[in-house]
Design a protein around this ligand. Structure first.
Ligand code: HEM
Length: 117
């Protein structure tokens, strides 16, 4: 199992000579890659010690870049620091469907009540 690293720990490594970055909940030590990065040093420095997932994806990195990054993987972001995406629960779906059915039933009831006899 790979190492779990907390967000607080990653934040400490925010300098060019000690540069960690979080990408897709994984932690990379890019200190040695800084000078080799085809996208320049500044882009990596701008996300030093923090989550650079959005920036990494926005660039549209190649498969080759994804291969290279594996060499610098040092661990996973601690589960407690991973932002949980709230899924839409069954309760919400149930309420929405119930609301729509009630609305349709009311329209029919109204039409029936006001229909000319
Ligand atoms: C382990 C992490 C990373 C690796 C291995 C990596 C590798 C590469 C490689 C190989 C390229 C050349 C183009 C390609 O093959 O896609 C590239 C370009 C680039 N990267 Fe990264 N990169 C990493 C992280 C980042 C991050 C976090 C940022 C932004 C904050 C970034 C910004 C850029 C930019 C701006 C380019 C230039 C794109 C262009 O010229 O069109 N990279 N990177």
């Amino acid at each position: 199992m790979s190492k779990e690293i907390s967000l607080a720990e990653v934040k400490k490594h925010n300098k060019p000579n000690d540069l960690w970055v979080i990408i897709e909940d994984k932690v990379y030590d890019l200190t040695k890659f800084l000078k080799e990065h085809p996208g320049g040093e500044d882009s990596l420095k701008s996300v030093a010690g923090r989550d650079g997932t959005k920036e990494f994806i926005d660039v549209g990195h190649s498969q080759e870049a994804r291969q290279i990054m594996k060499k610098f993987l040092i661990g996973n972001l601690a589960a407690s620091d991973i932002k949980k995406k709230k899924p839409v629960g069954c309760r919400e779906i149930g309420l929405a469907v119930g609301g729509i059915l009630l609305g349709v039933a009311l329209i029919y009831a109204f039409k029936y009540a006001t229909a000319k006899k």
